[in-house]
Design a protein around this ligand. Structure first.
Ligand code: ADP
Length: 608
C-alpha cells in the first residue's frame, strides 16, 4: 500500500488557511460590530475550539497565535499596531492565549477519550462473547452485539433493565455469596443459566469483573458470558454414551459394580449388579437384600466379611454363592477397594463378578481329572495285583498254619491253654494285617473328587509302600526310607498323595529292571525346604532321564514303555499342582533319576 507523504502537509495547509480565513472573517465582523477586546476574544475562543476539533496541538497553537495577533492589531490600544499601551490589554491577551490553549487541549483530550471508548465498544461488538456492564444495582449500562445475538434483546431494550430480572438468571450458589466473593477478590467465575428473549434457556460460562474507582469504590460489573449449551449437551451425550458402553461391557463380562458408603449406610449397584442379584433396578439396594440372596451356608461368612470391612476399612476380595429364588446357584467373586476422602468418610468401590460358568467348568474339570486319576489308580493296582495278592495270602497262610497248630494243641492228651492262646493271638494279628491290606486297596479304588484332610506325609508314604513290598521283592529292589520328623503339617487328599507316591515308586522299580552289576536301590526321602514346604524325593538307580525326553515326561500319553499308558506322571502333576505344589525330575549323581514334589504347608484359610 502506497503512503501519500504529502497528504498531511496538504491537509494542514488547507486547514490553517481556512482557519485563518475564518478568524479573519470573525475579526472583520467583530470590528464592524464594534466589539471590544474581551468580547472579540470570546468569539475567537469559540472559533478556535471548533477548529481544534479538527487537528492537533500545533494547529491549536497556530490558530491561537493568529487570533492573538488579530486581537492585538485590531482591538488593543494603539489600534492597527502590534504595540500595547495598557497593561490590562496585555493581561487580557495573555489570558486569552492561556485559555485558548487550555480549552483546545481539554477538548482534544475529551475527543480522544470518546474515540477510545468508541473503539473499545466497536471491539467488544466484534467479539462473539456476550459482554455487558451493569452498575452496582445490576442495572445494565452497556450491552454488546454478542449479547444482542445470544439473548435476543437489542441494546436499547436491555439498557436500563436489571440484568438478573431480564435474563432470569439461575445461580449455582446464592447471589449474596457470589457478590461477597466479587467484592472481596474483584472477580467471580462460574456457570449460570439464563433465559433468552424467546424463553429458551442457555447455560453460560460467566466471568464477572469488578470495576473500581481509584479510591477502590466499586463502580460497575463487567460480565462476559460464553454460551456453553452445546458444549454441555455434547458432554452429557458423551457421559450417556460412556455409561451405556460401561453398562454393555458389564453385561458382557457379567460383572457389576457397586459403591458402599459405610459412614452413611448408602449402597449403589450398577444395572448389571441388579441383574446378578435378580432384583428390580428401581429398588434401593441394601446389605440385607444381598444377604437374602446369599446361599444359607455362606451367609455367616459373608456377614463376617462385611462386618470386618466396615470395621477395618480394608480392601476385600472373596467368593461366595447365591441361592436364587428359582433354586439355581450362582458363584460370585466380590472385590472391593476402600476409598477415603478428606472428611474421613469410609467408602468402598468394587466389582461383583458372576463366575458361575468358570466355577462349573472348574468343577467339571476336577471331576474329569478325578475320573482319570481313578482309572490310572485302578491300572496301577492291576499292575500290583500279584504283589497285593501275595500281601494278603501271606497272613492268610499264617492264619491257616496257626489254626492247624491250634487244633493240634486242642487234640493233645494234655491240652495246653497257653499254646492255644498264643496261636489264636497270632491268628488275630495276621487277620488284622490282611484286613489292613484289603482296606488300603479298597481306599485306592475310591472314586470321587478330592477330599482334603490334615495328614502326616510320612504316614502316607508308609501306607503306600506297604502295598508294594512284594513288588520290590520280586524285582529284587531294596527300599530305603529317609523320612524327616520335621515335616510341616499338610492339608491334602490322602488317596491322591498315595497315588503319586505309588506311581513314582513303580516307575522307579521299572526303571531299574534292566539294571545289572549295581545294587537296585530305591530311596524315598522327605524333608522340609527353606520355604517351609514339604518335599518328597524318590531316587532310583536306573538309567536316569534322557535329555531328549526330559521336557516331555509330565505330558499326557508320553511313554517309552511297550505297554505304558503315559498318564502316570501327568496325573501326578495335576494332583500336586491342585494342592498348590510342584513336581519335577532330574538326574542325581551319575545316572540316578530323582522325581520330587513339594507341597505348601497348611494354609489357615484353606483348612477352615
Ligand atoms: P508310563 O509309566 O505309563 O510310561 P508315566 O507317565 O508314569 O507313564 O511315565 C512316563 C515316562 O517317563 C516313562 O515311559 C519313562 O520313559 C519316563 N520315566 C518315568 N519314571 C522314570 C524313572 N524313574 N526313570 C527314568 N524314566 C522314567
Amino acid at each position: 500500500m502506497m503512503i501519500d507523504r504529502l497528504a498531511r502537509p496538504r491537509y494542514l495547509m488547507v486547514l490553517w488557511l481556512s482557519g485563518c480565513i475564518a478568524l479573519s472573517g470573525a475579526t472583520w465582523l467583530c470590528f464592524r460590530l464594534g466589539l471590544d477586546l474581551s468580547a472579540t476574544g470570546f468569539v475567537f475562543l469559540i472559533v478556535i475550539v471548533l477548529l481544534s476539533l479538527m487537528d492537533s496541538l500545533i494547529s491549536s497553537i497556530v490558530f491561537s497565535i493568529f487570533a492573538l495577533s488579530c486581537l492585538n492589531y485590531f482591538f488593543a490600544e494603539p489600534l492597527f499596531s502590534f504595540q500595547i499601551t495598557y497593561a490590562r490589554d496585555l493581561l487580557a491577551l495573555a489570558a486569552f492565549l492561556i485559555t485558548s490553549l487550555a480549552i483546545t487541549t481539554l477538548v482534544r483530550h475529551i475527543r480522544r477519550l470518546g474515540n477510545a471508548q468508541r473503539e473499545q465498544a466497536r471491539l467488544l461488538d466484534l467479539a462473539h462473547d456476550t459482554v455487558f456492564v451493569r452498575d452496582m444495582s445490576d442495572v445494565i449500562t452497556y450491552w454488546n452485539r454478542g449479547a444482542e445475538e445470544l439473548y435476543g434483546w437489542k441494546k436499547r431494550e436491555a439498557l436500563g433493565k436489571t440484568s438478573h430480572d431480564l435474563l432470569q438468571t439461575r445461580f449455582p450458589t446464592p447471589l449474596d455469596e457470589i457478590n461477597e466473593t466479587l467484592l472481596r477478590t474483584g472477580s467471580w467465575e462460574g456457570e449460570l443459566v439464563h433465559t433468552k428473549r424467546d424463553g429458551v434457556n442457555v447455560i453460560v460460562g460467566s466471568r464477572w469483573s469488578l470495576q473500581q474507582s481509584e479510591s477502590g469504590r466499586p463502580l460497575a460489573i463487567l460480565e462476559t458470558n460464553i454460551d456453553m449449551t452445546e458444549h454441555k449437551r455434547a458432554e452429557e451425550a458423551l457421559r450417556r454414551n460412556q455409561a451405556q458402553y460401561l453398562a454393555e461391557a458389564q453385561a458382557l463380562s457379567l460383572s457389576g459394580s457397586f459403591g458402599w458408603n459405610v459412614s452413611r449406610g448408602e449402597i449403589f449397584w450398577s444395572d448389571q449388579s441388579f441383574r446378578i442379584f435378580e432384583y428390580d433396578g428401581e429398588t434401593t439396594p441394601t446389605i440385607e437384600m444381598a444377604l437374602a440372596r446369599t446361599h444359607p451356608d455362606d451367609v455367616a461368612f459373608v456377614r463376617q466379611m462385611i462386618d470386618q470391612a466396615a470395621q477395618t476399612g480394608q480392601d476385600f476380595d472373596y467368593e461366595h454363592r447365591l441361592l436364587m429364588p428359582g433354586g439355581s446357584i450362582k458363584h460370585l467373586h466380590v472385590v472391593a477397594h476402600a476409598v477415603r476422602d478428606d472428611h474421613a468418610i469410609r467408602r468402598f468401590v468394587g466389582a461383583i463378578m458372576d463366575v458361575t460358568a468358570a466355577r462349573l467348568a472348574e468343577r467339571q474339570l476336577r471331576e474329569v481329572q478325578a475320573e482319570l486319576a481313578h482309572v490310572t489308580r485302578l491300572t496301577a493296582l492291576g499292575e500290583l495285583s500279584a504283589s497285593i495278592a501275595h500281601e494278603v495270602t501271606q497272613p492268610l497262610a499264617a492264619i491257616v498254619t496257626n489254626g492247624e497248630a491250634c487244633l493240634r494243641w486242642l487234640g493233645h492228651p494234655i491240652p495246653s491253654p497257653e499254646e492255644v492262646q498264643a496261636c489264636v493271638e497270632r491268628m488275630i494279628v495276621d487277620g488284622k494285617r490282611a484286613a489292613e491290606i484289603v482296606r488300603r486297596v479298597r481306599q485306592l479304588t475310591r472314586k470321587g473328587v478330592s477330599q482334603k484332610v490334615h495328614l502326616d506325609l510320612n504316614d502316607v508314604i508308609s501306607d503306600a509302600v506297604s502295598l508294594v513290598q512284594h513288588e520290590l521283592l520280586s524285582h529284587r529292589v531294596s527300599l530305603r526310607l529317609k523320612l524327616s520328623p520335621e515335616l510341616p503339617p499338610l492339608f491334602a487328599d490322602r488317596i491322591e498323595l498315595q497315588q503319586v507316591i505309588l506311581n513314582l515308586v513303580i516307575n522307579g522299580i521299572q526303571a531299574m529292571d534292566a539294571l545289572s552289576g549295581r545294587p537296585r536301590e530305591l530311596l524315598i526321602e522327605t524333608l522340609r525346604d527353606e520355604q517351609g514346604y514339604a518335599v518328597v524325593a524318590v531316587h532310583d538307580a536306573g538309567s536316569g532321564i534322557k535329555p531328549e525326553t526330559a521336557n516331555r515326561l509330565f505330558k499326557p500319553f508320553f511313554t517309552t514303555k511297550p505297554n505304558g499308558m503315559g498318564m502316570g506322571l501327568s496325573i501326578c502333576r495335576s494332583i500336586i499342582e491342585a494342592h498348590g505344589g510342584r513336581v519335577w525330575a532330574s538326574n542325581h549323581a551319575s545316572q540316578d533319576a530323582v522325581f520330587q514334589f513339594s507341597l505348601p504347608p497348611t494354609n489357615v484359610n484353606e483348612s477352615c
